[in-house]
Design a protein around this ligand. Structure first.
Ligand SMILES: [Zn+2]
Length: 427
């Protein structure tokens, strides 16, 4: 008996110590500093030269001539080494240095490709490659070298200044990109697939600054008074947030009892691509007006934010209904949720904390990083606007750049299931 008890005690001590070690080892992203309020008046954008980069003596070709492409300069160092320059659409800008290009060669060979960036910018996204622009995999780590990497866990000081990749090239096109390409064409192919269901509809609610459609997908009956708003991709490189949104939305459109019940009671409106110009032009952050759309939810200087504002106002008027929940999907250094302080009570108080808790309970070992804020004005960001203008319980759902893609799908699915259940319970 004494032995068993002491064994238990020993196990307790060991697990306590291990727990502490684990806590000490798992560093959490501390979140972004408070948002600075800036003018969102349009600023000039540096248009990217588009075409095929080739050399007099050489048989390797590079192209940025496709939607989502970004490659701003290229030199040939020697027979097998090339250096690319990646620059942003304008400055100052958030450190989300997007790149995407195609490579092919007249003969089979291995090349070295160095990626460099404009002054004060560093390499952030682990390169992915594809043979068709649809299916992507990470470049093998043995073929990838980072230079002058910072020693912090997150942010600017965690990044290398430049990288070198070894790539096998031949006559077939090799695609290289910072994240999986999800351009306006990919997004509309996805929504075209969804609207085959009779309870899903899509329509244009405005045009971007460069004339691309801003589309809303509506799931459920249009006359239902209870509404949910979902947006994503205000920031072009934030593909992982978009992937979570996709899985979240697909779960709401699913064939389950839960989803069917939810759709009878709530209508969900989704704007999957808030910034199509930025996405198709390979921007790091901004729209074609050269500004961060997620600072324009107070000033509404841009057609993309105005389209969503006006759509929500119209829906509210037409249905005499209520937006209960609103979510904006993004990506950052690590999974994090920017919520509102619990003292701010909207149309369904407590929904967001309950929801995040329920998700946490279902994903063993997963401890989401939750950062509430109680500063609503000036609204500037979508989360604040959705709450201030509509009383919608709202949050920013951020997925890490490198979060496992299967786990992202899982989070989207579990997120939607728990949200639907909780919102039905509160009827
Ligand atoms: Zn973002």
């Amino acid at each position: 008996m004494i032995l068993i008890q002491s064994k238990r005690f020993y196990i307790l001590v060991v697990s306590f110590l291990l727990g502490n070690i684990l806590i000490a080892q798992t560093k959490k992203f501390q979140g972004q500093p408070p948002i600075t309020i800036v003018s969102t008046q349009s600023k000039p954008v540096q248009e990217q030269w588009k075409g095929v980069f080739s050399f007099k003596e050489g048989d390797v070709y590079f192209s940025n001539n496709f939607d989502g492409g970004r490659l701003n300069g290229l030199i040939k160092n020697n027979d097998s080494t090339y250096t690319a320059l990646i620059t942003s659409e304008n400055t100052p800008i958030n450190m989300s240095p997007w790149y995407a290009f195609k490579i092919w060669s007249k003969r089979n060979q291995i090349i070295n490709l160095v990626l460099t960036y404009q002054e004060n910018a560093k390499h952030r996204y682990y390169p992915k490659q594809s043979n068709d622009g649809l299916h992507w995999q990470q470049i093998d780590s043995t073929q990838y070298i980072e230079y002058e990497k910072g020693d912090e866990d997150f942010g600017y000081n965690s990044l290398p200044v430049k990288i070198k990749m070894r790539l096998k090239v031949d006559q077939d096109t090799l695609w290289v990109a910072s994240q999986e390409l999800q351009t306006s064409k990919h997004v509309s192919d996805w929504s075209d697939g969804l609207v085959k269901e009779k309870f899903i509809d899509k329509k244009e609610i405005g045009r971007s600054r460069a004339g691309r459609p801003i589309e809303v997908i509506t799931i459920g009956k249009k006359k239902v008074k209870r509404m949910v708003m979902v947006i994503s991709r205000q920031h072009p490189p934030e593909v992982t947030g978009y992937l979570a949104m996709k899985s979240f939305v697909e779960t709401i459109t699913g064939n389950t009892k839960l989803a069917k019940r939810f759709r009878r009671k709530y209508t969900t409106h989704v704007v999957p691509l808030m910034n199509p110009d930025g996405v198709d032009n390979g921007h790091w952050r901004h729209n074609a007006g050269g500004i961060d759309l997620n600072r324009d939810w107070e000033q509404f200087n841009h057609p993309e934010t105005r389209a969503v504002r006006d759509f929500m106002d119209r829906r509210k008027q037409e249905t005499k209904g209520t937006f209960y929940f609103a979510i904006d999907f993004h990506s950052t250094w690590d999974d994090i949720y920017y919520t509102l302080g619990t003292e701010l009570k909207g149309n369904m108080p407590g929904l967001v904390p309950d929801w995040l808790n329920a998700m946490k309970g279902e994903m063993k070992g997963y401890d989401p990083n939750i950062r509430p804020s109680s500063k609503i004005h000036p609204t500037a960001v979508s989360r604040n606007y959705f709450f201030a203008a509509h009383g919608a319980e709202s949050l920013v759902f951020e997925i890490g750049d490198n979060t496992d893609r299967e786990f992202i799908k899982e989070k989207g699915r579990i997120g939607a299931e728990n949200l639907m259940r909780l919102m039905l319970e509160r009827l």
